[in-house]
Design a protein around this ligand. Structure first.
Ligand code: AN7
Length: 359
């Protein structure tokens, strides 16, 4: 037997992999769970629905260590916090940031305080925060209120804020753009991405601009950002007081990276659009049933948005949809939104089971 060299091995995590592109030094302690290096998966069923030689891919960032893209930012934010001697971090979260902050902070030996909107965080994410040892503070109020509070607390007390207002978060997250360019040999024509606080769309653009300026890619993508219709402050160009959507991850009414996102839209000649919860669920089911990819509802907004823009796609385009989080994060949504055939309470009898199977 010889060594299987096709096996992915030796990936050191994204800070080591992209050290030259990140604000770290030899003095920075690297807190990593070997995040990054996520697959770019061809979406064959969705590509053929669009036709005209269009190639659609999913950047499946739900395969990061805590199941979302937040790990890319958190390895940076926590490493820098550790370098600065910080002993506690805090964030407001719709769920994924809290899971990621808890994992990385605890790994670094820090306390992790997370403020969440009581009752609006998906079960898997809450489970993670608890198991990773976060100190969970659930408030009667939404994400926007929670963010207001943590910003104030981080000003007054010795805790570091690790929401996407922390510049190191976006630095880490920009590496996903590098990976896409490396996989495709160039930047794609379009990026389709869900938006909440709009940190991620801003981070992707930083990554695409950096590789473009360095001559590594020959073009910049058009950035298409999608929000749920009941929670679409960036589409409506306003603040939404009571955001509503099944995609709790992006249930955000007052995005902190609004200005950055508007610049990305303008510079990339992009677009912000909203999708309905039904369109999100349709895309979520389609990804599951026809592509074998289980993402969380917020992530499916990228594919829902792409399908909505179907008629504007140029022939032979290459498009990447960002699947930001893993479907296992939100089991309730999965159980309540699927087209599966599910017979329960069956007698353990071979003939009856075969009959039920239609034989
Ligand atoms: C799966 O965890 O804001 O536009 O507190 O979890 O960068 O905010 C999550 C956001 C998209 C939106 N997809 O990203 C949080 C949080 C998933 C997410 C977004 C989030 P941004």
């Amino acid at each position: 037997m010889s060594l299987n060299t096709k096996k992915k091995s030796g990936w050191p995590g994204l800070i080591e992999a992209y050290r030259d592109w990140l604000p770290v030094t030899e003095a920075t302690p690297i807190i990593t769970l070997q995040e990054g290096d996520t697959p770019l998966i061809p979406l064959n069923a969705i590509s053929s629905r669009i036709g005209n030689g269009v190639k659609v891919f999913a950047k499946y960032d739900g395969l990061n260590p805590t199941g979302s893209f937040k790990d890319r930012g958190m390895t940076m934010a926590i490493s820098k916090a550790k370098e600065n001697g910080c002993e506690a971090v805090i964030c407001a979260s719709t769920g994924n940031t809290s899971a990621s902050a808890a994992a990385y902070a605890r790994r670094a030996g820090m306390r992790a305080f997370v403020l969440i909107p009581d009752g609006y965080v998906a079960q898997g994410k809450l489970a993670q925060a608890l198991v990773y040892g976060a100190e969970v503070l659930a408030i009667k109020g939404n994400f926007d209120k929670a963010l207001e509070i943590v910003r104030e607390i981080a000003e007054r007390y010795p805790v570091t804020l690790v929401n996407s207002t922390n510049p190191f978060r976006l630095e880490g997250q920009k590496t996903a753009a590098f990976e896409i360019i490396e996989a495709l040999g160039n930047a794609p024509d379009w990026i389709c991405i869900p938006m909440g606080n709009a940190g991620n769309i801003s981070a992707y653009w930083m990554g695409f601009e950096a590789y473009f300026k360095a001559g590594i890619s020959k073009q910049l993508p058009k950035m298409l950002g999608f929000q749920a219709i009941g929670s679409a402050p960036l589409v409506l160009n306003t603040t939404v007081k009571e955001p509503k959507t099944i995609a709790t991850a992006i249930r955000i009414g007052n995005p902190v990276n609004r200005e950055k996102a508007l610049i990305v839209k303008e510079k990339s000649n992009g677009k912000f659009l909203s999708v309905t919860d039904q369109e999100i669920i349709n895309a979520y089911k389609l990804l599951g049933k026809e592509e074998g990819i289980f993402c969380e509802p917020a992530s499916a907004a990228s594919v829902a948005g792409l399908l909505k823009c179907k008629n504007e796609i140029k022939n032979e385009s290459t498009i990447v949809c960002i699947l930001t989080g893993n479907g296992l994060k939100d089991p309730d949504c999965a159980i309540n939104n699927n087209d599966a055939t599910f017979f329960n309470g069956l007698d353990p009898n071979i003939d009856k089971i075969a009959q039920t199977m239609g034989f």
